[in-house]
Write a protein that binds this ligand. Structure first.
Ligand SMILES: *Cc1c(COP(=O)(O)O)cnc(C)c1O
Length: 423
């Protein structure tokens, strides 16, 4: 392995996506490795926010039907564009809500306990919000999560084995909800295999795409996934609290959503103001109320960049730069008791490197003081995500160089090994 900075510079020269870096606001003197938690602001996203503000300024109420992006149709239009990132048909994707709200919507629609088939199957490593939502959905239907919520366990605390999930797909399971990529270890599950196995057993299956949408291409339609939901503020760079998205396979379209609201109406009939709800025949039916236009706005500009770069090319660079980072870690940080916690195979990992160390909390603080923005996940994980659009190979090299200095000089010992309120 060539660990020289010149090699990193050469990789940057060969990078077909390198020009996208100028599209983003990058703080001087920082190495931003946290785009998997909150993507950076692009100039296009900023511009589209101003354009939406401008349409409000100029058009008032007429902004719903006039202007460059009539607000009434925007969620559907953006859904068609996001469909390209996740492999959905145009009608199957809508930009709406947030991750957790969308999960509530989809679980309340697709969790239909019948006879002995009453349980929900999940895993023990998913993000807490998904777990809270699923347990509350069980309770709403009168079941006790104690005996109706099954969480597949991990053998090593990092990964969930597909075969363990399949073994747990028993006759009493009504619904399965899993992450595409595990937020801590970065493991990418075999979505097609799990979907096939679930369907063989007559079980519906949905996926949380928060940690993969915008960095890993999916084929949800082709793979026959029943539903999926995700945020856009991580790899899609649409801003803190930016509006999320959901996918519902076309064979389920036309059915009444669990949580109905007027923005789920057939758009031609919504303003008839009838008291009998007529849902749209598209994934738009799963919207509830008025779209949060100001939090949708950055997505317009951000998606232009995805359209120009192409998700396959983004995945390719992401894999190359995470691999480069791991190679540097293995060459330069041997002997400092780090463990790479993510799977090593390309087809089994997402967009971030999961670095484990017993002093992770203080190492993260030391990194931050040196201008590297990492992301700490209790108790021992440092997540580092080079982002295809805006992280150069030289920045990856510099990050590992700084980490090496911190370890060599034991600079982390100055800090408390304790997480902050937000970590
Ligand atoms: C980021 C993330 C969430 C956050 O949910 P919000 O409703 O957007 O706050 C939920 N689940 C997973 C897996 C995530 O990665």
């Amino acid at each position: 392995m060539d660990t020289s900075k010149e090699y990193a510079e050469e990789l940057d020269r060969q990078d077909p996506l390198s020009h996208f870096r100028n599209e983003f606001y990058i703080q001087e003197g920082t190495l931003y490795m946290d785009g998997n938690s909150l993507g950076l602001l692009s100039k296009r996203a900023e511009k589209s926010v101003f354009r939406i503000l401008d349409s409000w300024k100029q058009l008032g109420i007429d902004g719903w039907s006039k202007g460059e992006h009539p607000w009434y149709y925007l969620s559907e239009q953006l859904g068609e564009q996001v469909a390209g990132l996740i492999g959905g048909e145009d009608d199957e994707v809508i930009v709406t809500g947030s991750t957790t709200v969308n999960l509530h919507q989809l679980a309340s629609t697709f969790y239909q306990p019948k006879g002995n088939r009453t349980k929900i199957l999940a895993d023990e490593l998913n993000f807490p919000s998904d777990i809270y939502a699923l347990k509350s959905q069980l309770e709403l239907k009168g079941y006790n999560p104690e005996d109706h919520f099954i969480q597949v366990t991990s053998r090593d605390g990092r990964e969930i084995k597909e075969e363990d999930i399949i073994e747990a797909m028993t006759e009493d399971v009504a619904l399965i909800v899993l992450p595409t990529v595990l937020y801590r270890s970065g493991q990418l599950l075999d979505i097609k295999r799990l979907t096939d196995e679930a369907h063989k057993r007559g079980i519906l299956i949905g996926f949380d795409g928060c940690h993969s949408v915008g960095v890993v291409p999916h084929h949800f339609h082709e793979w026959d996934v029943d539903f999926a939901y995700w945020c856009h503020y991580k790899y899609v760079n649409s801003g803190p609290g930016g509006v999320g998205g959901l996918f519902v396979h076309e064979r389920h379209l036309g059915q009444k959503p669990g949580l109905s609201g007027w923005f789920g109406s057939d758009k031609e009939k919504q303003f008839d103001m009838n008291h009998s709800f007529e849902p749209a025949q598209t994934a738009g039916a799963f919207q509830i109320g008025t779209p949060h236009l100001l939090s949708v706005a950055p997505l317009i500009g951000s998606l232009e960049l995805f359209h120009e770069a192409g998700i396959e090319q983004i995945r390719e660079k992401s894999l190359t730069s995470t691999k480069y980072m791991m190679d540097l870690l293995q060459s330069k940080l041997e002997g400092y008791e780090f463990t790479i916690g993510n799977p090593m195979e390309d087809e089994r990992r997402g967009g971030h490197v999961c670095l484990e160390h017993k002093e992770a909390a203080r190492i993260c603080k030391a990194l931050k003081d040196k201008g590297v923005i990492p992301d700490f996940r209790s108790p021992n994980v440092i997540r580092l995500a080079p982002i295809a659009f805006y992280t150069s190979y030289v920045e990856v090299w510099e990050t590992i160089q700084i980490l090496e200095d911190i370890m060599e000089q034991k600079l982390y010992e100055k800090y408390e090994n304790k997480r902050g309120v937000i970590a």
